[in-house]
Ligand binder design. Structure first.
Ligand code: 1GP
Length: 228
């Protein structure tokens, strides 16, 4: 399955809604809404409401901070950035945001979030000690820690716009051990990359940056076709 990631910082409501309708037509399974630098929660709310209104896709929040919560979504990926060096991103933001999540009655999906490589905004903002892209063993260590901590989903992140996506070796090593929902994103820009990651055992591929390009419809169509 493919998830389309919309960062509210990069779209106005009209553009985001248009993208939502297009990805639904192309066969995406859900929409993720989030980003590392969301400041305007009213804008986030408007985008979530509009996509909910204009499409039938499930809308899941993918927050980088406590500003990424909207009561209008279907669920929230309640994540811990496990390889951050700052406890705020591991448990601090989650504690502060938890009361709002409880009040909104959003479904909270527990998720371990692992950032690979060292050039992404999410890695910089989240103060990560990045997992090397060529070290499947380290990825498996974190994946199993997430599993034993009860996290029933895990996101392997190469960073938005990254040149290198998560390798099929890393995905396959994690898949062979981690039983939960395996989400992979960052730099998936071709059907070949998407197909390799899907075959290696990812359950959900996340495509973000591409949605801002003019020809994304054709490119995303080939990726969805390759994955399916
Ligand atoms: C970023 O993994 C997502 O959080 C998507 O990455 O923008 O490179 O598609 P891209």
């Amino acid at each position: 399955m493919v998830a389309a990631l919309i960062d509210p910082e990069d779209f106005n409501v009209e553009q985001a809604t248009k993208v939502g309708k297009t990805v639904e037509k192309l066969g995406a399974g859900c929409v993720f809404i989030g980003g590392s630098t969301i400041a305007d929660q009213a804008h986030l709310d408007h985008i979530v409401m509009s996509i909910k209104h204009e499409t039938s896709l499930p809308v899941l929040l993918f927050p980088g901070n406590i500003t990424g919560i909207s009561q209008h979504a279907d669920a929230i990926l309640f994540s811990s950035l496990l390889n951050s060096t700052n406890t705020y991103f591991i448990i601090g933001a989650q504690a502060i945001g938890s009361i709002q999540v409880m009040k909104t009655k959003l479904e909270a999906i527990p998720m371990g979030y692992l950032v690979f490589g060292d050039q992404s905004t999410t890695g910089f903002v989240g103060q990560v000690r990045a997992i090397p892209l060529d070290k499947p063993g380290i990825a498996v260590m974190y994946a199993m820690a997430a599993h034993y901590l009860g996290m029933r989903s895990l996101y392997l992140e190469a960073g938005s716009g990254s040149d290198k996506a998560i390798s099929s070796e890393v995905v396959s090593a994690v898949r062979n051990n981690y039983p939960g929902l395996l989400i992979v994103g960052g730099g998936i820009t071709s059907p070949e990359k998407a197909s390799a990651i899907a075959h290696a055992g990812a359950d959900l591929l996340v495509i973000g940056n591409m949605l801002q390009t003019n020809d994304f419809e054709n490119r995303l169509a080939t990726i969805i076709k390759a994955v399916k």
